[in-house]
Each structure stands twice: as C-alpha cells, then as structure tokens.
Design a protein around this ligand. Sequence first.
Ligand code: ATP
Length: 237
Amino acid sequence: MSLLELNDVSVHYGRIQALHGLTFTVEEGEVVSLIGANGAGKTTTMKTISGLLSPSSGNITFQGEDITKVKPHLRPGLGICQAPEGRGVFPGMTVRENLGMGAFGRKDKAGIDEDYDRVFELFPRLKERESQLGGTMSGGEQQMVAIARALMARPKLLLLDEPSMGLAPQYIRQIFKIIKEINAQGTTILLVEQNANQALSRSHRAFVLETGSITRAGTGRELKADPAIKEAYLGVA
Ligand code: ATP
C-alpha cells in the first residue's frame, strides 16, 4: 500500500481545467518531487492533496483510506501537512509562537516539547531568534519558520511548495540539506520545485508536469540525465 495515491485526479478552476487525470503514488520514506514550468499545475496538485482544492473527478487515498472529501483542516490530524508557498508566517507572533501553531490540536505536551527541541536542532537560527516577531524575520528565515511549523504537527507526509523560492544560494543549499535530514528522520516528503537541479539530486523519484498532465516519471537520477529534461528544466541546451 502506498502512503499517498492520486487516481485519475482532475481539477478545474471554473471552466478552466488545471489538472488532467493525474495518477501517481508516493511511497512511505520517499522524497518525491514534482517539476514543471510556470502554470503546469504544481501548486494546484499540492493544494488538492492538502484539501484546499477539490477534484472534479478521481480520488486520493492516504494510507489506504479515501481522503478525497476530507476537509483541509482535518488533514494535518491524519498526518498530511503543507508548508505553503509564500510562507504564511504569522507576522505578529514570535518564532516560538508560530511553531506552536503547528502543534495546534495536539495534546501530548511532552511530545510537543521534544518537537521544539528537534526543530531547533534542525534550524539553530530559529533557536537564536525564538522571541523575534515572525514578520521581522528575513525571507529565508521565514521559510525556515514555515517548514519548522509544519514539522511541529509531526506529519507523516510533508508537502513543500517551492521551499527554495527567492532564497540566496547559501540558504538554498541549507534548505535542501534540512529536507534530507527531515526525510532521514522518517518523514515522507512531496516537493514542488522550480530549482529542478537540486530537487532531482535530492529525490528518490520525480514527476514532470506539463499543462496539468504527467509527461515523465523516473528516479531523480534518470530524469537528471535525460537530455530533454536537461534542456527544458536544467538550463542546459
Ligand atoms: P508556478 O510554477 O508558476 O507556481 P504551477 O505549476 O504551480 O505554476 P498552478 O498555480 O498550479 O501552476 O496553475 C495551474 C494552472 O491553473 C495555470 O494555468 C493557472 O493560470 C491556473 N490557475 C491557478 N489558480 C487559478 C485560479 N484561482 N483561477 C483560475 N485559474 C487558476
């Protein structure tokens, strides 16, 4: 049984069809990336998995259960958490309070304290700045807050939408290193990335989305070596 399964999922915005019958799986323990050009449907796919958008047809299962109709606010409780594109850090809350929001609904205080320790170990910068207001953190730091907050829910599946967006090169390397570490600690990751080179290097498997359909699938290594992918997504003619 796959951790996540999309079966023939289509999504419409009004009359515009953004996803055309997507079928793919994410297995427990994997890092899987979705790559594709602007407008290909990557964010739409993530929002459909986190429940913010509903498929017009097809279904989604998580750990074998059909979750197609489960409301978005109930999905973190099942183990699906998204660190959103655009970050969504609460500006008037401290870093620590922002992280606490990720644990909303959990009652295991000891476990929550352990998770603060764990995320502060992954992100020492956030430990240094735990009383700073979220809105005054730099763009890269806010991205760290968003990922750390998602981890506070102890997700089985972490959805990361463009974690490297707008970041300086040293932050990009650091974010990918942290993604690897989070996965090594047992969290399955589905990643959307414009930075296809890094994403393919760090993923067990990847899918290429083109205008709402999957056109290629393979291991990160296979796709990285493919001449057509190199030309289209890796900036190598
Ligand atoms: P990017 O890399 O630019 O973020 P993406 O692959 O994430 O792109 P999506 O945001 O999923 O792409 O968009 C897929 C398609 O759906 C695009 O053609 C987009 O214009 C369209 N779309 C997205 N949101 C809406 C909306 N709210 N209403 C109408 N069309 C939308």
